[in-house]
Design a protein. Structure first.
Length: 251
C-alpha cells in the first residue's frame, strides 16, 4: 500500500485540473485544512495537511474545479501561460551575469548534478528528466545567491548599522525575504532575476527589521534613511514575480 505522500504525488501527476501544466499537491505540517493557490501563469498548488487521503484531495479539487479554471482564464488575459522549456541561457540581472546551460546525458544515471565554470553551468546525468534538471538548476541558483548575496548584505549591514546573525538562501514561493527574531535573514534566490536596485532594497528592508520587527512608521523612516526611493521600489518588488522564468515553477 502506498503512503499518503506517494498517493498525492500520483494524484498530482494524473488528476490535475485542465490541460495546463503545473499542478502539484504539497503536504504541509502547518496546514490545518486544504487550500488551493492559483498562480498567474496557471500553476495550481493544493496545500494539504499531512496524512491527507488522495481521494479527499480529489474531491476538494473537483469541488473547486470551476473556480480554478476561472482563475486561470482571468490570469491568462493579462499573462498568457507559457510552455515549459528547459533553459539554454540564464540571465541574472541582479549580479550582471549570464550563463549558458549545457545538458550532458549519461546512460544509467538516476540523478542530475551541476558543475559551473566561467559563464557556463553544465548539468550531467539523467538530463532527460525535466524535474531532476530543474532541481539541479535550483541548487545551482542557491549556490550562486549564497556567494553573491553575502558580501552585499554585510556591506549594507555595516552601512546602515543594522546587524544580522546569519543569512539563509531559499526559494520561497510567497515572499522575497524575511528576518527572524533571532537575527537570521532569509533571501529568495529568485531575486537574482531582478534588477540590482530591487535586490539592494530588499536587503535594506530586511536589515532594518533588526531595529523594528514590524512595519511601523519608525521602521519606514529607518528604511528611508538608506533608500529614499523605497516606496517605488517596494511597489515594483511586489509586482516583480512575473519576471521569474516559467521553468522555475515558482510563479
Amino acid at each position: 500500500m502506498r503512503g499518503a505522500a506517494e498517493q498525492l504525488r500520483l494524484f498530482a501527476d494524473t488528476e490535475g485540473p485542465g490541460d495546463a501544466a503545473g499542478f502539484s499537491v504539497r503536504e504541509s505540517t502547518r496546514a490545518r485544512r486544504l487550500s488551493i493557490k492559483v498562480y498567474p501563469r496557471g500553476r495550481v498548488e493544493v496545500v494539504v495537511p499531512r496524512r491527507t487521503r488522495a481521494r479527499d484531495v480529489r474531491a476538494f479539487v473537483e469541488e473547486h474545479r470551476a473556480w480554478i479554471e476561472k482563475s486561470r482564464a482571468s490570469f491568462a488575459q493579462v499573462l498568457p501561460p507559457e510552455p515549459f522549456v528547459l533553459p539554454n541561457l540564464i540571465e541574472l540581472p541582479a549580479i550582471g551575469q549570464r550563463f549558458r546551460v549545457r545538458y550532458e546525458r549519461q546512460s544509467g544515471a538516476k540523478t542530475v548534478r551541476y558543475r559551473s565554470h566561467a559563464d557556463a553551468v553544465v548539468l550531467g546525468g539523467c538530463t532527460g528528466d525535466d524535474k531532476l534538471c530543474i532541481g539541479a538548476l535550483k541548487r545551482w541558483l542557491a549556490s550562486v545567491a549564497k556567494a553573491e548575496f553575502r558580501p552585499r548584505l554585510e556591506s549594507l549591514s555595516a552601512l546602515s548599522d543594522n546587524p544580522f546573525t546569519a543569512m539563509h538562501v531559499r526559494g520561497q514561493r510567497t515572499c522575497w525575504g524575511s528576518h527572524s527574531s533571532t537575527g537570521t535573514i532569509s533571501i529568495n534566490y529568485c531575486l537574482l532575476f531582478l534588477e540590482p536596485s530591487l535586490l539592494r532594497y530588499l536587503m535594506i528592508h530586511e536589515l532594518c527589521h533588526a531595529r523594528h520587527m514590524n512595519h511601523s512608521r519608525r521602521f519606514w523612516l529607518r528604511v528611508g534613511r538608506f533608500e529614499p526611493d523605497y516606496k517605488r521600489l517596494d511597489k515594483a518588488l511586489g509586482e516583480s514575480w512575473k519576471q521569474i522564468p516559467t521553468w522555475l515553477g515558482i510563479y
